[in-house]
Design a protein around this ligand. Structure first.
Ligand code: FES
Length: 143
Protein backbone atom coordinates (compact mmCIF):
# COMPACT_ATOMS: atom_id res chain seq x y z
CA UNK A 1 0.00 0.00 0.00
CA UNK A 2 2.74 2.38 0.98
CA UNK A 3 4.68 1.43 -2.15
CA UNK A 4 1.68 2.35 -4.33
CA UNK A 5 1.53 5.82 -2.73
CA UNK A 6 5.25 6.25 -3.34
CA UNK A 7 4.85 5.22 -7.01
CA UNK A 8 1.83 7.52 -7.41
CA UNK A 9 3.90 10.35 -5.95
CA UNK A 10 6.77 9.75 -8.37
CA UNK A 11 4.33 9.54 -11.32
CA UNK A 12 2.70 12.80 -10.28
CA UNK A 13 6.08 14.49 -9.85
CA UNK A 14 7.20 13.26 -13.30
CA UNK A 15 3.93 14.43 -14.84
CA UNK A 16 4.22 17.89 -13.21
CA UNK A 17 7.83 18.15 -14.31
CA UNK A 18 6.88 17.25 -17.89
CA UNK A 19 4.11 19.87 -17.87
CA UNK A 20 6.61 22.44 -16.63
CA UNK A 21 9.08 21.49 -19.38
CA UNK A 22 6.30 21.69 -22.01
CA UNK A 23 5.29 25.15 -20.71
CA UNK A 24 8.90 26.37 -20.77
CA UNK A 25 9.42 25.02 -24.32
CA UNK A 26 6.21 26.67 -25.51
CA UNK A 27 7.50 30.04 -24.26
CA UNK A 28 10.63 29.99 -26.43
CA UNK A 29 9.83 27.75 -29.41
CA UNK A 30 7.24 28.34 -32.12
CA UNK A 31 4.37 25.89 -32.46
CA UNK A 32 5.89 24.68 -35.75
CA UNK A 33 9.32 24.03 -34.22
CA UNK A 34 7.75 22.22 -31.26
CA UNK A 35 5.67 20.04 -33.57
CA UNK A 36 8.70 19.09 -35.70
CA UNK A 37 10.81 18.36 -32.61
CA UNK A 38 8.14 16.10 -31.14
CA UNK A 39 7.14 14.44 -34.45
CA UNK A 40 10.37 14.33 -36.47
CA UNK A 41 9.98 13.20 -40.09
CA UNK A 42 12.71 11.38 -42.03
CA UNK A 43 14.65 10.45 -38.90
CA UNK A 44 16.90 7.46 -39.52
CA UNK A 45 19.57 6.06 -41.77
CA UNK A 46 19.69 5.28 -45.52
CA UNK A 47 21.77 2.22 -46.32
CA UNK A 48 24.06 2.85 -49.33
CA UNK A 49 23.10 6.50 -49.83
CA UNK A 50 24.43 8.49 -52.78
CA UNK A 51 25.64 11.12 -50.35
CA UNK A 52 26.32 11.23 -46.63
CA UNK A 53 27.86 13.80 -44.30
CA UNK A 54 28.49 13.96 -40.57
CA UNK A 55 29.24 17.25 -38.86
CA UNK A 56 29.72 18.21 -35.24
CA UNK A 57 28.62 21.68 -34.20
CA UNK A 58 30.37 24.08 -31.86
CA UNK A 59 28.10 22.78 -29.07
CA UNK A 60 29.46 19.23 -29.52
CA UNK A 61 26.25 17.83 -31.01
CA UNK A 62 26.49 15.76 -34.16
CA UNK A 63 24.21 15.70 -37.18
CA UNK A 64 24.25 13.11 -39.92
CA UNK A 65 22.48 13.45 -43.28
CA UNK A 66 21.89 10.86 -45.99
CA UNK A 67 20.61 11.57 -49.48
CA UNK A 68 19.54 9.58 -52.52
CA UNK A 69 19.83 11.46 -55.81
CA UNK A 70 18.16 10.50 -59.08
CA UNK A 71 19.28 12.56 -62.05
CA UNK A 72 19.52 16.09 -60.72
CA UNK A 73 16.95 15.60 -57.94
CA UNK A 74 17.23 14.70 -54.27
CA UNK A 75 14.56 12.03 -53.94
CA UNK A 76 15.24 10.78 -50.41
CA UNK A 77 16.66 12.45 -47.31
CA UNK A 78 17.14 11.10 -43.82
CA UNK A 79 18.89 12.55 -40.81
CA UNK A 80 20.18 11.36 -37.51
CA UNK A 81 21.40 13.39 -34.54
CA UNK A 82 22.37 13.15 -30.90
CA UNK A 83 21.54 16.82 -30.51
CA UNK A 84 18.92 18.96 -28.84
CA UNK A 85 15.20 19.19 -29.62
CA UNK A 86 15.86 22.10 -31.97
CA UNK A 87 18.22 19.89 -33.96
CA UNK A 88 15.43 17.36 -34.42
CA UNK A 89 13.11 20.16 -35.54
CA UNK A 90 15.75 21.42 -37.99
CA UNK A 91 16.53 17.96 -39.41
CA UNK A 92 12.87 17.15 -39.82
CA UNK A 93 11.88 20.40 -41.51
CA UNK A 94 15.01 20.61 -43.65
CA UNK A 95 14.62 17.04 -44.91
CA UNK A 96 11.05 17.87 -45.98
CA UNK A 97 12.21 21.09 -47.67
CA UNK A 98 14.93 19.24 -49.61
CA UNK A 99 13.04 16.12 -50.67
CA UNK A 100 12.06 16.27 -54.34
CA UNK A 101 14.10 19.41 -55.04
CA UNK A 102 16.88 19.76 -57.61
CA UNK A 103 20.35 19.45 -56.09
CA UNK A 104 21.13 23.06 -57.01
CA UNK A 105 17.98 24.20 -55.14
CA UNK A 106 19.01 22.15 -52.09
CA UNK A 107 22.48 23.68 -52.17
CA UNK A 108 20.87 27.12 -52.30
CA UNK A 109 18.86 26.52 -49.10
CA UNK A 110 20.12 28.67 -46.23
CA UNK A 111 19.78 28.49 -42.47
CA UNK A 112 17.59 31.62 -42.71
CA UNK A 113 15.20 29.68 -45.03
CA UNK A 114 15.02 26.88 -42.49
CA UNK A 115 14.53 29.21 -39.52
CA UNK A 116 11.75 30.99 -41.41
CA UNK A 117 9.97 27.69 -42.16
CA UNK A 118 10.18 26.83 -38.45
CA UNK A 119 8.59 30.21 -37.64
CA UNK A 120 11.76 31.20 -35.85
CA UNK A 121 14.18 29.68 -33.36
CA UNK A 122 15.54 31.08 -30.09
CA UNK A 123 18.87 32.90 -30.44
CA UNK A 124 20.74 30.10 -28.65
CA UNK A 125 19.45 27.56 -31.19
CA UNK A 126 20.30 29.40 -34.40
CA UNK A 127 23.47 27.32 -34.67
CA UNK A 128 21.31 24.15 -34.78
CA UNK A 129 19.88 25.37 -38.11
CA UNK A 130 23.38 26.18 -39.39
CA UNK A 131 24.54 22.68 -38.43
CA UNK A 132 21.59 21.03 -40.22
CA UNK A 133 22.01 23.04 -43.43
CA UNK A 134 25.80 22.58 -43.53
CA UNK A 135 25.39 18.82 -43.04
CA UNK A 136 22.79 18.55 -45.80
CA UNK A 137 24.96 20.57 -48.17
CA UNK A 138 27.88 18.29 -47.34
CA UNK A 139 25.82 15.19 -48.16
CA UNK A 140 24.62 16.61 -51.49
CA UNK A 141 28.08 17.86 -52.51
CA UNK A 142 29.60 14.36 -52.39
CA UNK A 143 26.99 12.96 -54.82
FE1 FES B 1 23.81 21.68 -30.35
FE2 FES B 1 21.33 22.25 -31.01
S1 FES B 1 22.86 21.43 -32.26
S2 FES B 1 22.29 22.62 -29.11
Amino acid sequence: MEETNYTDGIDKLASNLQSKIDEDEAKVFSETALYEAHHPQNFGVIENPDGKAVLTGSCGDTMEMFVVVEGDRVVEVKFSTDGCGATFACGSMLSKMAKGQKTEQVLALTDEDLIERLDGLPEENLHCARLAVATLHGAVKVT
